[in-house]
Design a protein around this ligand. Structure first.
Ligand code: NAI
Length: 697
């Protein structure tokens, strides 16, 4: 049983005990139901207290049971709440910690609630594209008022218990107990044991002074904020119906909304992303109990664009950092950028001044390797040249203490080769941050042939500590993300040659939901970075055709926003991308030179050539074992490349389209004489899955 039963004098205490968050799995639900029935049958019992073991009251549905028959087996959550509602003896939820989703709904089935201060309370279902499904939209407004409840339901964000308890007129908490919660709950139970009639949340009145105007306003607001997600608007509907319908009809309305949303692609994508993130942190041959190395001191080599951002991640997590550079002025510049970033956060009120000082106090700078030799982890972020990396890693091998982890932030170079510059390849790993490194969630952890399992386990745990989503990649040119984006960029180039303008491509891709189209992205990141990579890459792969338009652009010095001009024109101090006549003429001239007559290309073709390019390369990456799971690839694209969350990532998007259809479309693209027919041969894994009627995820 995952819930225990104990008598404390005349009070029965049922304790949910299903680590880590007392998820409401089948055994826990059974345990609670048995406890409530037993207490009601025992004449000596006057009241029933429901509480949680450990740090949580209940985090809601048990994710281990998601999509399994156990999740809905009786007693299901609705039946359990009905049982509490109808208990002849008073029921009191003693909310000792986090009460989320089904956990909060369960407590709303009790007659009373007492809580510890500062515990997070939330209905986060909307984050999975759903409405709460066990009465949350019907009961929470009855105890918190329509507006507070609806804000919580459409945002899904936690609010602290004491803050909610201070709301005038609230009936969510009957008492906030400082100190021993169980003792407080037992004392409260004694007070209410004989009180009748029992107060059920479902019977509380629900009013609003101006409901029609309010709900219209709420609907407009959520539609504007979450235009690609249907769930927030449905949350508004459910709360509105809580006012209009009889309680049981309202419950039914909520249930129907829940079931309908479960079937939407948006909710499926959000749930996919939720599980993909958890799955990404697990490595098949690195068990959870793999020993980890202690990381208390970090060193960063190179204080440029990446080095500074990387350092900030550790400072934010309270870990001391030393930055090393070749010259003092480079150090000063790097330090200045970090200060400027933090000061901007202080100005915006996102960071308290004393916290800023605390973070800066953790940062030291040096020109000497002697000052970093004790670091537990060193991350190299110097120029992207093998020769420079070689020098740095040879030096690190000489000076660093035994057991230090030696990481490289390289975005394309061979991590095995970098490891071979040292006598300790087992300590070498890729930690590929994305720019800006203090903002972007993604961290590709590049596993070299010889990278130690303890090193991987340490880096994965550290990623969590610095709030990154870590995805493991094998070694190849570009790893998961940049190897796929190369094919996407090639297609973007071909589209220009065949008749598109940069703005047309960007518009189509942004309409599909990407944060930014490829050309605006290039202007932001700097077109020279891709240029340098192409110079190396296409020397190594002379047979791989690509459009020279991006090179021509760079030859004009149009590197993007930093030079005031790129694929677009920019006005001084502004970031608005203005279509450039000069660039369009440059592309037209190039078309003439290669003998392509421009044609009109629809948005659908633009989007599918770009996205399916990701999919086909992703399938190869999967087949080669560079990525362990399709969902890892999706995580990379959702957290590092602005792929629309409601589409769940490229591999899930392909699944949603049906792999059979994806293959058909690729074969059609292969027939285009201006494209790369060889590339559009479906990857063997994709072809096989499509033929078998299967999917990636
Ligand atoms: P950057 O040019 O802004 O900074 C490199 C810094 O390293 C410079 O300040 C330079 O003085 C310093 N440096 C060079 N050689 C050194 C040495 N031997 N010892 C100490 N310091 C040295 O370059 P960025 O953009 O920060 O790139 C660094 C690395 O991060 C590269 O490997 C790059 O591929 C990778 N990367 C870059 C991304 C980006 O968007 N810029 C994204 C992800 C990875």
């Amino acid at each position: 049983m995952s819930a225990s039963y104990a008598l404390h004098g005349p009070v029965a205490v049922i304790t949910l005990d299903n680590p880590p968050v007392n998820g409401l799995g089948f055994d826990t639900r059974r345990g609670i139901a048995d406890g409530v029935q037993r207490a009601n049958a025992d004449e000596a019992v006057k009241a029933i207290v429901l509480t949680g073991a450990g740090k949580a009251f209940s985090g809601g549905a048990d994710i281990k049971e998601f999509n399994s028959p156990k999740a809905i087996a009786e007693p299901n959550l609705l039946s359990l709440i009905r049982l509490l509602d109808n208990s002849a003896k008073p029921t009191i939820a003693a909310i000792n910690g986090t009460a989320m989703g089904g956990g909060l709904e369960l407590s709303l089935g009790c007659h009373y609630r007492v809580a510890a201060p500062k515990v997070p309370i939330a209905l986060p279902e909307v984050k999975l594209g759903l409405v709460p499904g066990a009465g949350g939209t019907q009961r929470l407004p009855r105890v918190l008022g329509v507006e507070t409840a609806l804000n919580m339901i459409v945002s899904g964000e936690p609010v602290m218990s004491d803050l909610l308890a201070s709301q005038p007129g609230q009936k969510l908490f009957d008492k906030i107990v400082d100190g021993d919660l169980l003792a407080g709950a037992l004392a409260f139970a004694a007070e209410v044991a004989d009180k009748r009639p029992l107060r059920r949340v479902r019977d509380l009145p629900l009013t609003h002074p101006n409901p029609d105007a309010y709900f219209q306003f709420a609907r407009n607001t959520v539609r504007a904020m979450a235009k690609n997600f249907p769930a927030p608007a449905r949350c508004v509907d459910c709360v509105e119906q809580a006012m209009k319908l009889k309680f049981d009809d309202g419950l039914r309305y909520e249930r129907e909304a829940f079931i309908a949303l479960m079937a939407t692609p948006e909710s499926r994508s959000l749930r996919h992303a939720f599980f993909a993130e958890r799955a990404a942190s697990k490595i098949a041959d690195v068990p959870d109990d793999t020993p980890q190395r202690k990381i208390e001191k970090v060193a960063v080599i190179g204080a440029g664009t990446m080095g500074g951002g990387i350092a900030m991640n550790f400072l934010n997590a309270g870990i001391a950092v030393t930055m090393l550079e070749m010259k003092q002025d480079a150090l000063d510049r790097g330090l200045g950028t970090i200060r400027k970033n933090y000061e901007a956060q202080v100005k915006k009120g996102k960071l308290k001044a004393d916290k800023y000082e605390g973070r800066m106090a953790l940062l030291t700078t040096t020109l000497s390797y002697d000052d970093i030799k004790d670091a537990d982890l060193v991350i190299e972020a110097v120029f992207e040249e093998m020769g420079v990396k070689e020098k740095v890693f040879k030096t690190l091998d000489e000076v660093m203490k035994p057991g230090a982890i030696l990481a490289s932030n390289t975005s394309t170079l061979d991590v095995n080769k970098i490891a071979s510059f040292t006598q300790r390849p087992q300590d070498v790993v890729g930690m590929h941050f994305f720019s800006p490194a203090n903002v972007m969630k993604l961290l590709e952890v590049v596993r070299g042939e010889k990278t130690g399992k303890d090193v991987l386990a340490t880096v994965m745990a550290l990623a969590k500590k610095i709030k990154k989503t870590a995805v493991v990649s094998g070694v190849c040119d570009g790893f998961i993300g940049n190897r796929m984006i190369e094919q996407y960029s090639r297609q973007a180039g071909f589209l220009l040659e065949e008749g598109c303008t940069p703005a047309q491509v960007d518009r189509a891709v942004e309409k599909f939901g990407f944060a930014m189209g490829p050309f605006r992205m290039g202007d932001l990141a700097g077109n020279d970075i891709g240029w340098a990579i192409r110079k190396r890459r296409y020397v190594e792969k002379p047979n791989l055709r690509y459009s020279k338009t991006a090179d021509l652009l760079c030859e004009l010095g149009r590197f993007g926003q930093k030079t005031g001009a790129g694929w677009y024109d920019y006005q001084a101090g502004k970031r608005d991308a203005i279509p450039s006549k000069l660039v369009e003429d440059m592309i037209a001239k190039h078309r003439g030179e290669i003998g392509v007559a421009p044609r009109k290309i629809g948005d659908d073709e633009i989007v599918h050539r770009l996205v399916y390019a990701l999919v086909n390369e992703g399938a190869k990456i999967l087949e080669e074992g560079i990525a362990a799971k399709a969902s890892d690839i999706d995580m990379v694209y959702l957290t590092g490349y602005g792929f629309p969350l409601w589409r769940g990532g490229p591999m899930r998007y392909a699944d949603e389209q049906g792999l059979f259809n994806v293959v058909q479309t690729m074969q059609h693209f292969a027939g285009n004489p201006h494209d790369d027919a060889a590339f559009w041969q479906p990857a063997p894994l994709l072809a096989k899955l499509a033929a078998e009627g299967k999917s990636f995820t």
